[in-house]
Design a binder for this molecule. Sequence first.
Ligand code: ADP
Ligand code: MG
Length: 465
Amino acid sequence: MTKAEARALFDDAAAKTRERSPATFDQWFGGIQYDDLTEEVLTLRAQNEFVMEWVKTNFLPELVEQIRQASGTSVQVNWILDAKLNEPVSNTPVFAPVRPRALSVNRRGNEEEGAVESSRRMAPPDDINPRNTFFNFVVGPSNQLAHAAAVAAAGGGGRRYNPLFLCGGTGLGKTHLVHAIAHRVYEERPTARIRYVSAERFTNEFITALQHQRMDDFRARYREACDLLLVDDIQFLAGRVQTQEEFFHTFNALHNADRQIVVTSDKYPQALERMEERLVSRFASGLVADIQSPELETRVAIVRNKAALEGIELSDPVAVYLAQAVRSNVRELEGTLIRLAAKSSLTGQKVDMDFVRIELSTALTVRTQTLNVEDIQRAVCQHFRLRTSDLTSKDRHKTVAFARHVAMYLCKQRLKCSFPELGRAFGGRDHTTVMSAVRKIDGKREDDPNVRAHLEAIERKLIAE
Ligand code: ADP
Ligand code: MG
């Protein structure tokens, strides 16, 4: 392939990739330059890391596929960062002034000001992870409402609520959704002034502004020059009276001007501690959308999605196995996958069922070293819906006795306890009682699928704890 042929091949593939969404393509490929294409490697230059990550995530799979279809070979992509590009692929330079567009996040009241001040494309908002897009967010029953509300807040149709309050436990996708809103608005209304800030940073900036008598700048930044305010982890404001006061006024200024506000929190508004009542009632006045822990199906989809993004080959049973083993939150699920992939590339083993089983069981051993008798008793009781006192009692009811045997068995398996020690931990029983219980369950584990199912359910609970 001559240089000219290679270039033509690339141009053709790029043109096909562009068809899907030309405006977005032009925006991002204004920051990309073609360097070289051989049978194995496509070399591209990117103006900065942000552009590179965005293109990698959102366009590269298709571009590579187009090249493969035209030439029959799958190329690897080699990136060079280069702040000064000679010849961008698209001649609409990225982040340069573009035709002013209407702002729909913020229309009412200040069209004049908007037209003058916002006629330039803004720099991308700070601190936004390029991977946290709507495209990469897996929707399931546990996060459907939050997702739909986030799309609406980004101006994607549907009723828009102001404020939007996203809440849920750690690692469930709140930050991801807020970043996705920023990406979407930035893509569709490049002139919108987006402020993404953690409550912690807001607090720090506020304190610095006070110290240096720069409150005017601070207020201009968050109240006037802001069409969309995204505040992450609002629970950080707990007990910070002065920052809460400032945020209250920021909130009102934006809300009165009909600018969208999105707030995330690890708790429902009413459950926020040491938060002024008037703020709590503002938070609750729009839409409160919560995110729950994802169900198994959603976890499987998340694992597959993440594996595809990272280029990790994963069979379906392995994806399901992982999703079953790690249920606490998405961050941990992703973390486990990445850890496995890293280990597999170091050792040259494939991420297959055997590998994953062994890896997760060593992780399990590490985890169970910190378990104690009470943890196991608690997990068993939760599973059988008993009180922990039942296990140490004299109760010989069938369910109670069975649960007690299961607990003894798991303790013996997982902990370095002797039979007499366990006897004492279970209401002062004789060590022979414990021995026979362990033997009994051990035998049933082999023969009785029912018993096996109980044991596996409790073992999973112990991993997730
Ligand atoms: P939070 O802010 O709620 O603590 P994050 O938004 O940081 O959680 O999410 C933790 C990790 O899990 C991130 O890498 C995020 O991309 C990923 N994640 C969470 N939910 C989903 C989802 N539904 N689909 C894809 N990735 C998700
Ligand atoms: Mg977060």
